[in-house]
Structure formats: C-alpha cells, structure tokens
Write a protein that binds this ligand. Structure first.
Ligand code: FAD
Ligand code: UDP
Length: 365
C-alpha cells in the first residue's frame, strides 16, 4: 500500500515524488513512456546529450527553485542566444539592439525607438490577439519578418486567433543584450535533464511503460491518494470533448563535423520553411565527440494518442478544461498538476515551483 501513486514521471511528478518521499510518505510513480522525465528527457548518443523533445534551457529568478533543482544535478551555466533566419538573412533574438542594427543599420537606442515608434500599432485598448500585441510592441517590419511566419507555422493558425500573452514571452530590449531570457539564473544540468530526474526519483519505486488509464482501478487501489499529471480529457475518455494541443515531430541529422550551425538554436521565420527550429545539441553541453547531431523541429497537427506538446488555450478549450477540472474535483483522493492536467503553457521552473508548493501543502497541512 502506498500513500501516493503519482501518474507521470515528468518534472511535476518527479518533484512531488521527491518531496513526499522525503517527508516519509510511501510513493510509487507510474509512467506510460518507456523512459522517465516526460518532455525534458535527454539521452546520450555518440557522447552528445540529446534533448529528445526539443531544446530545454532552465531559467528562473526564484532562489528557492534554483537551489532546489541544484540539489539533484549540477547545472552548467548556459545562456540561450538564438538567432532567426528569415528572407535569407540572419537576425539576433530576442528583439534587441543587434536586431535593430541588422534591420535598419541603427546603432543607438534612440534611433531604434524612433523607428519602432513610427511603425507601432497604437491602440486605445489592450491588444486582443497575438498580431495586435506584436504590432503594438515591435511594429510591422519585425512582425512580418520574425513573428508572423514563425507563429503561423508553430500554431497552424492566424496570429489573430492566438492570445496576446504568447508573444509577451519574448523580451524587447534597447540594449545589445541577446539573452533570450530575463531571469537571474539560467543553465542546463550537467549530463542532461535525465540526470536531474534520476536524482529526484532516487530510491523511489518507478515503473515505466505503465499506462495508468489502462488499469486505473487496480493501480489506484494500491494508494490512498493519486497525483495525476496527465491530460484531463483523456482521463474522462474525452466524453465532454477533446482539448486541443499542438504536436511536434523531430528529425535528426548526423554530421561528421564538430560545428554545423554555429549556435545551439536557430529559428526559421519564413512560413515556407516547414520547420520552426534547428538545434545543434552539442552546443548545449560540452562534449569530446567528433560528430554533431542537429534536429529539425516540425510543428504537426495533434490527434488524441500523440504526445501533447503545446496546449491551445483558446476560449473554447479553456471552458472545456474548466469543466473537466470540476469533474475531477469530485474524486476526493485525486490531485492534479503539471503542464497537461493544468492545460497550461508552463516553463520548467513554473512546474517545479508549483509541484514544490503542492507537495508542501500535503506534508505541512
Ligand atoms: P510532462 O513532461 O508532459 O510529464 C507528464 C508525464 O506524464 C509524461 O511523461 C507522460 O508520459 C506521463 N503520463 C501522462 N499520462 C499518463 C498515463 N495515463 N499513465 C502514465 N503516465 C502518463 N521549459 C523551460 O523552462 N525551458 C525551455 O527551454 C523549454 N523548452 C521547451 C521546448 C518544447 C519543444 C516544449 C514542448 C516545452 C518546453 N518547455 C521548456 C516546457 C517543459 O517541457 C515543461 O514545462 C515540462 O516538461 C512539464 O513537465 P510536466 O511534468 O508538467 O509534464
Ligand atoms: N515567436 C516568434 N518568432 C520567433 C520565436 C518565437 O514569432 O523566432 C513567437 C511564437 O508565436 C512562439 C512565441 O513567440 O510561440 C513564444 O516563443 P518561445 O520561444 O517562448 O516558444 P517555445 O520555446 O515555448 O516554443
């Protein structure tokens, strides 16, 4: 008999498992994939740490979260400085003085501000969608070159149909600072994220290739509580409807070279280039390997059964998710959390922070 059965060995499940086990609770984790870690899973190939589900850079400004993850893996400093290729030219990201210089030849913040000010969409209300938000933030040139094509590919819909906050993830700076994130701490676990997850799950019973939904009655009967980090619509057999996700497909190329892209991440702004990003894994973590593996990231239509990557937080999906939340609340010994169950576009630090808060509420309450 366990105190907690945790469904999913992603970051949310692994952090909950660690904190509950440390407070003396008996914990078991079940994971449907053949490996632990969910989407942060990394594996080594030819001496290179591969981010199997896309580039993952840990960033946060919260000391407690940073200290916590550093207990389980040693983080190597890494600053994400992606570039974007659009219309055959290369631009610095996020939107910063290097970008403005590449676009307009300007060298001072005042010159850059003046151009953006001229181009900006001025609204007497809050922007209602991603296009309005982007146009009012950076103006038409940047929107057309670096945002519209990328966003349309990524989400397979018109940016007018997307919420404004998605584009607010990208900083706009009038300095020569091309760090993609604004956070105090940034890094990648030495040896990859699987090491971090292994550290979190040390000495905890974990069974991979076990789908909770295939034998839920029997599995749930073994524990007083279930922490479910999977998708809620799937839990209920989609009976109220399907929550939409965006899917991804990765294609990997191997090169007899130690440097193919010259950078860890390259974004592709043109809509007719079918992938959004290429990542050269060896630039994330030092390696002695003499080869390189480069992955292309293709956005795909998602269907139930595929790995869900990005929730599509449209008003319809939000309403549906709320209905599923109301239903699961009736299951008194079930708790939910993480990117899937909450149906939120969380970064890793947000998932870790939420799991820490939740697990503590159980152990101190
Ligand atoms: P998941 O990792 O999805 O884990 C849920 C687990 O539950 C999965 O392993 C799943 O298989 C398992 N599961 C589901 N249903 C069942 C079931 N029925 N039975 C058993 N197991 C089940 N964040 C950053 O901070 N920085 C980044 O650079 C970054 N890059 C990203 C890039 C991409 C392409 C994507 C998609 C996300 C990125 N993220 C990044 C976000 C990050 O991946 C997530 O915040 C984090 O992985 C979420 O962890 P989770 O545990 O909530 O979910
Ligand atoms: N985005 C863009 N151009 C880029 C990078 C991002 O238009 O070169 C937009 C796009 O809509 C994307 C959003 O900004 O979905 C957030 O980007 P981020 O890099 O944070 O996305 P993630 O890493 O989560 O895929």
């Amino acid at each position: 008999m366990y105190d907690y059965l945790i469904v999913g060995s992603g970051l949310y499940g692994a952090v909950c498992a660690r904190l509950l086990a440390d407070s003396g609770r008996r914990v078991r984790v079940v994971e449907r994939r053949s490996h632990i870690g969910g989407n942060v899973f990394t594996e080594e190939r030819e001496g290179i740490v591969i981010h199997s589900y896309g580039a993952h850079i840990f960033h946060c400004s919260n000391q407690e979260i940073w200290d916590f993850v550093n207990r389980f893996a040693s983080f190597r400093p890494f600053v994400n400085r992606p570039v974007s290729i659009s219309g055959g030219k290369l631009y610095s990201l996020p939107f910063n003085m290097f970008t403005f210089n590449q676009l307009w030849g300007v060298t001072s913040p005042d010159e850059a501000r003046a151009i953006i000010e001229q181009e900006r969409l001025v609204l007497d209300r809050e922007p209602r969608n991603l296009e309005e938000q982007a146009l009012s933030m950076v103006g038409k040139t940047i929107y057309d070159l670096l945002i519209r094509g990328y966003t349309t590919k990524q989400w397979q819909r018109d940016p007018k149909e997307l919420p404004p906050w998605i584009i607010k993830r990208l900083p706009l700076r009038f300095t020569y600072d091309n760090n993609y994130f604004n956070d105090t701490y940034q890094g990648i676990p030495d040896g990859g994220y699987t090491k971090l997850i292994q550290g979190l799950l040390r000495d905890i019973k974990v069974d991979t290739s076990v789908d909770f939904l295939n034998s839920r009655t029997e599995l749930a009967a073994q524990a007083k509580h279930v922490i479910y980090t999977g998708a809620l619509d799937e839990f209920f057999g989609y009976d109220l409807g399907v929550l939409e996700y965006r899917g991804l497909r990765f294609e990997h190329d191997r090169f007899e070279s130690e440097n193919v892209l010259g950078n860890a991440v390259i974004n592709y702004g043109d809509e007719d280039v079918p992938y959004t990003r290429r990542i050269e894994h060896r630039h994330f973590s030092p390696t002695n390997s003499t080869v390189s593996i480069v992955s292309r990231e293709y956005p795909t239509a998602w269907r139930p059964g595929d790995i869900p990557f990005y929730p599509v937080n449209s008003p319809h999906n939000e309403t549906l998710h709320r209905k599923y939340c109301e239903r699961i609340a009736e299951f008194k010994n079930y708790h939910i959390g993480g990117r899937l169950a909450d149906y939120r576009y969380y970064d890793m630090h947000q998932v870790v922070g939420a799991a820490m808060k939740f697990a503590r509420s159980l152990t101190t309450g």
